[in-house]
Design a protein around this ligand. Structure first.
Ligand SMILES: Nc1ncnc2c1ncn2[C@@H]1O[C@H](COP(=O)(O)OP(=O)(O)OP(=O)(O)O)[C@@H](O)[C@H]1O
Length: 220
């Protein structure tokens, strides 16, 4: 039987603070299939971002393991395998909006180099879908935070990653911008990605195949 695209097995993560240790994840288990969109809810501080940091390989668990297609990860996988939209966005401020979105396509080493026009077409498609096509030549710090968030989403999905991890992707959007973001997340799943979204937004939960809640360091 095919393994899930993403598996988290027995994840534990403790943080040390001057006031004492906080064990945020306590043996957490999660399995997400290719083509499935799963939302993770939980109160502020429950550990959703900490979980995404582990799943993306940016942080390491104290115990437990993370598997992609049945293979344990060692550090952060390449962008086309696992792409992340973190809360802090992490856009390259010295690159334009279009250059940021093109970056994962330019850096891909697993396929023959894409032509300039193929990269341009993918960037334009994504920016237009998110109604930010007119911002292509601006720099991230010249657009609003909500617009930056959409740029970071476009960058995360541009290389058609197998796993997409997004942290509060609608947090800074107005009502008019949200449907396009929801549509893009859904489309990524339809195209075969395993999509995980940490969110407080009921509109995102509504488009999920499955909703899990982070409570007491485990998913319920
Ligand atoms: N690098 C770190 N060092 C120390 N403590 C951390 C670190 N990362 C997270 N924590 C702690 O882990 C807990 C969970 O934080 P996290 O940001 O994962 O919550 P969250 O559920 O994403 O919250 P929110 O919904 O507000 O974004 C918090 O108590 C936080 O202080």
């Amino acid at each position: 039987m095919k393994p899930p695209a993403l598996e988290a097995l027995g994840l534990r993560r403790k943080f040390t603070h001057p006031s004492g240790d906080v064990e945020v994840l306590r043996g957490l288990e999660l399995r997400v299939a290719a083509g499935e969109l799963v939302t993770v809810s939980g109160r502020s501080g429950s550990g959703k971002s900490a979980l995404l940091a582990l799943l993306s390989g940016f942080d390491s668990p104290d115990d437990g393991s993370i598997l992609l297609d049945g293979v344990p990860i060692a550090g952060a996988p390449p962008w086309h395998t696992c792409a992340v939209l973190p809360q802090a966005l992490g856009l390259a401020t010295e690159l334009t909006v279009a250059e940021n979105v093109a970056l994962p396509l330019r850096l891909r080493s697993d396929i023959p180099r894409l032509s300039r026009s193929a990269i341009q077409a993918r960037v334009t498609e994504l920016l237009d879908e998110l109604s930010i096509g007119e911002l292509a030549d601006r720099y991230p710090l010249e657009v609003s935070f909500g617009q930056q968030q959409r740029v970071a989403l476009a960058r995360a999905v541009s290389g058609r990653p197998k796993v997409l991890l997004t942290d509060e992707p609608t947090a800074h959007l107005d009502a008019a911008s949200t449907p396009a973001v929801l549509g893009l997340l859904r489309r990524c799943a339809e195209e075969g990605a395993a999509v995980i979204v940490a969110t407080h937004d009921d509109l995102v939960h509504k488009i999920a195949d499955r909703r899990v809640r982070l409570l007491g360091g485990v998913l319920t």
